[in-house]
Ligand binder design. Structure first.
Ligand SMILES: Cc1cc2nc3c(=O)[nH]c(=O)nc-3n(C[C@H](O)[C@H](O)[C@H](O)COP(=O)(O)OP(=O)(O)OC[C@H]3O[C@@H](n4cnc5c(N)ncnc54)[C@H](O)[C@@H]3O)c2cc1C
Length: 454
């Protein structure tokens, strides 16, 4: 039905770790994939966590839980191969680092991505998705910001998660409130003296890292840490709870009922969320202590604090209204920048109890959501193999990569740990679907749904 247009077997949205891992799995010495593919990526390169790469901050996963090693320890694309290629293997071992620096891990991600240059179009932001009918089969049409169109027989969506903006800040029109995704870029924009008071909202590892970083780069600024918790919490790194990042856990979690899922999420939350590694907690505490000793206190932590309101005062400042344990009456803090280290959204139906961290589906799905099966709450329904069901077409032609924490468990979104297995399952799903479709083409017959699902 489309003339003069190239139709790819697979179109991917996003080329961060999730879809890079898919590209690896497509290689002939991995899972393998014989079709054509194109990944569309907003950024000018595959730069992992571009605006949170500061010296000294390390990754939070074992480096061997990379984009391929757990599935294929002999892969050319594992972290060890990267170290070897860079001639740093022996030196890296000598550092004794359990967790490499984030700057180095980002280099690893970029090094792998470079292998797939021909399959990626950078500087390309997908703005619209349409589902067309191609002789009884689904055909995905993507449009980018510049008006270019791309066609694919299947789609792998991996745009990363939507930043979580607490309700008090959602309606504000100001560049003085940012999400951590934009941290370094924003800091580069303002001279230090323009940021005399900076608030860092959230209780995550990123919140603590940013406070530490700011106290080095902006020693004259007053820093406010605002957290709902009594104190910043330490991450649960106990090996027993760490099994949440095993592949077997995905099966347990996926098949659990909703109440059990909720219970597991609450139980295991500190393995990844609202918690920090001991090294940064110690460093921040000692820094604050030293400032007190020297009579130069620059960091204040508002603990057990609840933000009630936020107001743009003028182009240079924002007023935050809050209550906290030691000060239950509403009080105000005027700051020149608010940094939201408040994490990312999961799929789920927002209700009066949620903290603004749920969305029924990512916004990018909106144009095609009427064609996709939703669950009884109206949320994106995702199969165990990460596919979403289309209402009018059988078979797995649409995959959701890296957004399935609420259905598949903690290892699915906020971590590298399961990327390698997940991408293997997705590529197997794509192969099965395309083989069924091509079979349909060859026989020139009508495919039965059971053939497509085989
Ligand atoms: C500061 C920080 C540190 C982290 N550290 C760790 C860690 O140490 N260990 C760990 O396991 N996990 C860590 N994580 C979690 C991390 O997000 C994931 O491990 C990983 O980045 C997820 O990969 P992804 O490809 O799903 O998403 P992303 O990394 O977010 O990549 C998505 C990509 O899609 C692109 N994109 C989005 N929308 C579009 C569009 N419309 N069109 C085209 N392209 C688009 C984006 O530009 C981006 O490159 C960290 C997260 C943060 C925020």
């Amino acid at each position: 039905m489309i003339s003069n247009e190239k139709v790819y077997d697979v179109l991917g949205i996003g080329f961060g770790p999730a879809n890079i891992s898919v590209a690896i799995a497509m290689e002939s010495d991995e899972v393998g994939f014989a079709g054509t593919r194109l990944f569309l990526e907003s950024k000018q390169g595959s730069i992992w966590q571009e605006h949170m790469l500061f010296e000294g901050s390390d990754i939070q996963n074992n480096p061997l839980r990379d984009m391929v090693t757990p599935r294929n320890p002999r892969s050319r694309f594992g972290f060890i191969s990267f170290l070897h290629a860079k001639n740093r293997f022996m030196k890296f071992l000598n550092t004794g680092l359990h967790h490499p620096y984030r700057i180095e891990y980002a280099q690893y991600v970029a090094w792998v991505a470079e292998h797939f240059q021909k399959d990626v179009r950078y500087n390309t932001t997908v703005t619209d998705i349409q589902l067309l009918d191609d002789d009884g089969k689904p055909l995905y049409k993507l449009m980018d910001r510049d008006g270019n169109t791309y066609y694919g027989r299947t789609l792998v969506m991996a745009p990363g998660r939507t930043p979580m903006i607490p309700p008090a800040f959602t309606a504000l029109q100001t560049d003085r409130v940012i999400h951590l995704n934009d941290y370094l870029k924003t800091m580069a924009r303002y001279p230090a003296e323009a940021l005399s008071r900076i608030a860092v909202v959230g209780g995550s590892q990123s919140a603590v890292e940013i406070l530490l970083h700011l106290s080095d780069t902006h020693p004259k600024s007053e820093l406010l840490g605002i957290s709902r918790c009594f104190g910043y919490k330490q991450k649960d790194v106990n090996p027993f709870t760490g099994e949440v990042y095993f592949q077997e856990f995905v099966d347990i979690f996926y098949h659990a009922d909703r109440a059990t899922k909720r219970r597991l999420q609450d139980d295991l939350r500190l393995t990844n969320y609202s918690a920090s590694d001991a090294d940064v907690l110690d460093a921040l505490y000692k820094k604050m202590y030293m400032q007190e000793v020297q009579g130069n206190e620059k960091i204040t932590i508002h603990r057990s604090a609840h933000i009630q309101s936020a107001l743009v005062m003028d182009e240079n400042s924002v007023r935050i209204g809050l209550k906290k344990l030691e000060h239950p009456e509403l009080f105000y803090e005027d700051v020149s920048l608010v940094i939201l280290a408040t994490g990312f959204k999961d799929i789920g139906m927002p209700d009066e109890n949620d903290r603004g961290n749920l969305e029924p589906y990512p916004k990018l799905f909106a144009p095609v959501i009427d064609h996709i099966q939703l669950d009884d709450r109206g949320c994106l329904l995702i199969n165990r193999n990460y596919s979403a069901n289309l209402k009018n077409y059988a078979g797995d032609s649409c995959f959701v990569n890296g957004l399935c924490e609420s259905s598949h468990g903690m290892g699915d979104a906020g971590s590298f740990s399961l990327l390698s297995f997940r991408s293997g399952e997705i590529v197997t799903g794509l192969n099965n679907y395309l083989a069924a479709i091509d079979g349909q083409k060859k026989t020139n017959g009508v495919a039965r749904p059971e053939d497509i699902y085989a």
